[in-house]
Design a protein around this ligand. Structure first.
Ligand SMILES: NC(=O)c1ccc(N[C@@H]2CC[C@@H](O)C2)nc1
Length: 246
């Protein structure tokens, strides 16, 4: 997948190109990330990318011209066919379904704003979609862009070794993740659930599914409203309801 990130702080993206799963995706060629700095496309001595807002008010607004030139270059870098996304609190909130759909795109251009925001004419004419990673304000779109890239890159075949399949990720099946344990068996007096110590894989699978259902029911019940439940899941939920303290 080819991604071009537009930001006045391109070095920030080292956080995903130099570490972990996304870093390996880059080194193994599953992900190509270009960083494009709008300052490159300024022509004044101070390399100005922002200016005061019409109508007054605090802060500065990012100028259209440097951003549009950067978007132009970015679209070319990702090979012409690109979805142009701006990260902002005004966007549709990112969820796993959107992540899976974005992973199908041939190329993505991710626009990260700073200051008070971006001149609206850029959003109107150049941006296909605004996406938010949650209902809170950040100082810039870069962290949101990196969250999006990290989530999307996990969906690319070959990025996660067979040992970490994205299919088993929580949210991949619309449920919260089950508890995880590793050595030692007893830690500060708290023991690993017996079921996990035996080798009965079917029993372990069922226990983990029940744990996921129980956690989802307790912590995020609304996720269960939207989700088709298999016969087995319905049975396990009934068990959970019966076991619940009155
Ligand atoms: N929740 C989010 O995804 C999000 C994205 C961007 C952001 N802040 C930038 C700074 C200026 C404007 O471009 C938007 N805050 C929150």
């Amino acid at each position: 997948m080819r991604v071009a990130a537009i930001s006045i702080f391109p070095e920030m993206f080292r956080a995903i190109t130099d570490y972990g799963v996304s870093g390996r995706a880059v080194s193994e060629g599953h992900l190509v990330l270009d960083c494009i700095n709008p300052r490159t496309f300024t022509h004044d001595r101070h390399r100005t990318v922002d200016d005061r807002p019409y109508g007054g008010g605090p802060g500065m607004v990012m100028k259209a011209e440097p951003l549009e030139a950067a978007i132009d270059e970015a679209v070319e870098r990702v090979g012409g066919e690109a979805k142009v996304i701006c990260l902002s609190p005004q966007g549709r909130v990112l969820d796993q379904a959107m992540v899976e759909s974005l992973a199908e795109e041939p190329g993505l251009v991710l626009l990260s704003g700073r200051y008070e925001g971006i001149d609206e004419r850029v959003l109107e004419s150049w941006v296909d979609e605004e996406i938010s990673i949650g209902d809170y304000v950040l100082s810039g779109g870069e962290l949101a862009a990196m969250v999006l890239v990290d989530a999307v890159v996990r969906q690319i075949p070959g990025v996660l070794g067979h040992s970490q399949s994205a299919v088993e990720d929580s949210f991949a099946d619309g449920l919260l993740d089950c508890p995880h344990y590793t050595r030692p068996e007893a830690h500060r007096g708290s023991r690993v659930p017996e079921v996990l110590l035996g080798g009965d894989h079917e029993r372990i699978r069922r226990w983990r599914l029940k744990q996921s259902l129980q956690r989802t029911l307790i912590r995020r019940p609304e996720l269960l409203q939207e989700r088709e439940l298999t016969a087995e899941e319905q049975r396990l939920l009934a068990e959970i309801e019966n076991e619940r303290p009155d």
